[in-house]
Design a protein around this ligand. Sequence first.
Ligand code: GLU
Length: 464
Amino acid sequence: MLKTRFAPSPTGQMHLGNARTALFSALLARHAGGHFVLRVEDTDAARSEVVHAQALLEDLAWLGLHWDEGPFYQSRRQDIYAIHFGHLQRAGQLYPCFCTPEALTQSRQQQVAAGQPPRYDGRCARLSPQEASRRLEQGEPAALRFRVPTAATVAFEDLIRGPQRFETASIGDFVIRRTDGTPAFFFSNAVDDAEMGITHVLRGEDHLSNTPRQILLLEALQLAIPRYGHLPLITGADGAPLSKRNGSQSLAQLRAAGYLPLALVNYLARLGHHLDTPGLLSLEALAAGFDLAAIGRAPARFDPVQLGYYQKLAVAALDGEAFVAFVGEGAKRIPEHLKVDFARAVAPNVAFPAEGQRWVDCLFTDRPPDDLPPDALQAAGADFFHLAAELFEAHEGDATAWTRAIRERSGRSGKALFIPLRLALTGREHGPELRDLLALMSPERVRCRLQAAEAICRAPAVQQ
Ligand code: GLU
């Protein structure tokens, strides 16, 4: 069975980058009828936090990316890692390393100064077994290092980037268990992929250089090696890596701003991945159209305008109840029997809850429209609004008859007719259909707004 996984480290909030990795992994699994596994990589106790792990789970669930297996927590899998450390130990493929962080930094600096790539200099690999045992018995803190085979080549076919080759000569022996006894990332990540039967690993390009190390480990352990696909990073509109400075936001921030999960997944599914079908798709449809071959190799640029486009589609697709919930607290003002009509009329015209709220205020409160531009009203003139109010008495409840009568009597038509009416009633030139607005507003409120517009036009112009 095809199995993918999302393996976040709970050291911070989930951002667009890891959300996309999670999404692609989930879509790949769903596309193939396989499983999507969730694994929390929390072995680094100093940096991992339970609140982050909890938030990651909530973010994934909010996105609709439900996992078929897990969540597994690496911090609870020490026994499994111990077995695999034992295997390597017996095969002579690891050794204790007593080098202090200071000694390692110094050696790295010397290598860089000499123009060499920094890698472990192998100091502890050369200790005799007696010497190593003696130091361990004396209680000297030791990490465990993996003995990287010399002069070998690691080759693999990346699912996105094609053939890859790495020479082991450039890979120094690396730590697989820290001095505090916890497994290092390379180790627990690779062992768990094998233990959990992961067949396809999709992860950020920043992990590409880790892959040959993990393949070497899995080979040494005689465990199954998954296929790896490294996703190009996401950049900001300026081409620089996505960061707070150029628009990166956490999912928590996006959610608080009113973005809908369906908008995000639709946008992310097209970020660096070409999808043939346009428009707002369900997760099932996104999975059906997901194709590894359609993932580009170039960095993917984050485009807030595109995200906004899917947000509008997702809002417009909300049904009455969901739209009212989206608008939030203030929607309580909407009379029960008008909620469905309100949603149908307003949802296609807003992208965020605050905009929906503004329409609630406009249609159901006495608060005058806040952005009435007097000049635009003046252009229609006081008599126009007076006439509109007069004709409203005869045609209340029939928007078509009302606007037809105004047209016939005022000689205004098209925009010249509708824009001043919209402005008077809502304070805006655009928005839901006039007919729908009239059906939602009370007749008293319509009269009041028309009279207010007339009064504005009759008021003496303010001298600037
Ligand atoms: N815990 C790693 C990370 O968050 C996982 C990398 C991987 O997917 O293999 O970067």
